[in-house]
Write a protein that binds this ligand. Structure first.
Ligand code: 3PG
Length: 305
């Protein structure tokens, strides 16, 4: 059976090798297309039974072009790039690989926070993370790794996640909060780890950001879609002390950069999970999950019904 890896953002070479070994050992056949066009995707998916992607968009038209496709695994956490309803209609199982790249994303949060505190390394006097407060918005795999690392920096940590019992956070030395307004009002740094859903899209804007204490920093390694960009711009205009750092450019990046210069920073491409280790973990997990599904319907991490 053919398993296709299609990704715009390449995996580390060692991860591709490991995926290859895993697929070969299972007796399946692997095709890897990195940086291909939509036409390349349509051509390659035609005879594939399994598909591994990252943030690459998988829509109904692609599924129409893939009559043999049975399973899609998103090598990573967020699956907002996959049309789940279309997959269900096409009787395709969709899974993600929870936790496999979460340390990489969490480490980038700290890279970004230090960079903003040190004025993007411009030589001027900055500030430290020690003793500051951090609000973690969503206490999933990434949020928990962020909390673990924050303890090493001696930060005071709060988190909001209505799906996680208080006791779970408390056991990690994290103070639970139950109102997003409090999370923003209480913390010098707020780190976003919410998925992009119809409830969360555009949900972080003017009102919340204006609640942040003096010199607040909003850190977004989640999805650009959760930000109300116009609202955030208005808040940054009214509050020259606030800063925004995001792992991926907002749609209105130019306006942010023109207006706020060194108070904002954006990666050109999503970099959170772009490490050799995360590529290896998520890539091999994805390959194993595709193989297990094709072999005997293993679907532990299925995200569509
Ligand atoms: C994820 O949802 O797993 C992360 O955002 C990483 O996405 P990527 O695989 O496109 O880098």
């Amino acid at each position: 059976m053919k398993i296709l890896v299609f990704t715009e953002k390449p995996f580390a070479p060692a991860a591709v090798k490991a995926i290859e070994n895993t697929v070969n050992a299972s007796g399946n056949e692997l095709e890897v297309v990195e940086g291909g066009t939509r036409e390349d995707f349509v051509a390659a998916i035609k005879d594939a039974e399994g598909l591994i992607v990252r943030s690459d968009k998988v829509d109904a038209a692609l599924m129409d072009a893939a009559p043999k496709l049975k399973v899609i695994v998103r090598a990573g956490a967020g699956y907002d790039n996959i049309d789940l309803q279309a997959a269900t209609d096409h009787k395709i199982c969709v899974m993600n690989t929870p936790g496999q790249n979460s340390n990489a994303v969490a480490e980038l949060v700290f890279g970004m926070m230090v960079m903003m505190c040190r004025n993007q390394y411009n030589g001027k006097s900055g500030s430290e993370l020690k003793g500051k407060s951090l609000g973690i918005y969503a206490f999933g795999q990434v949020g928990r790794n962020v909390a673990r690392i924050a303890k090493g920096f001696n930060m005071n940590i709060e988190a909001l996640d209505l799906f996680v019992p208080d006791a779970v956070m408390e056991a990690e030395g994290v103070k639970p909060v139950h109102d997003v307004n409090d999370l923003f009002a209480n913390n010098d740094f707020v780190s976003l780890h919410i998925p992009a859903t119809k409830e969360t899209k555009g949900s972080i804007g003017y009102d919340l950001v204006m609640k942040m204490p003096k010199n607040g920093v909003l850190v977004n390694t989640a999805r650009k879609e959760v930000i109300d960009e116009a609202g955030l711009i208005k808040a940054l205009e009214e509050r020259p002390d606030l800063r925004y750092v995001s792992d991926i450019k907002p749609d209105t990046a130019e306006e942010f950069e023109q207006k706020f210069a060194s108070r904002v920073f954006f990666t050109p491409k999503k970099m959170g999970a772009q490490t050799a280790e995360a590529n290896f973990n998520a890539g091999v997990a994805a390959a194993e999950q595709v193989i297990a599904y094709l072999k005997d319907g293993w679907n532990k991490y299925q995200v569509n019904k």
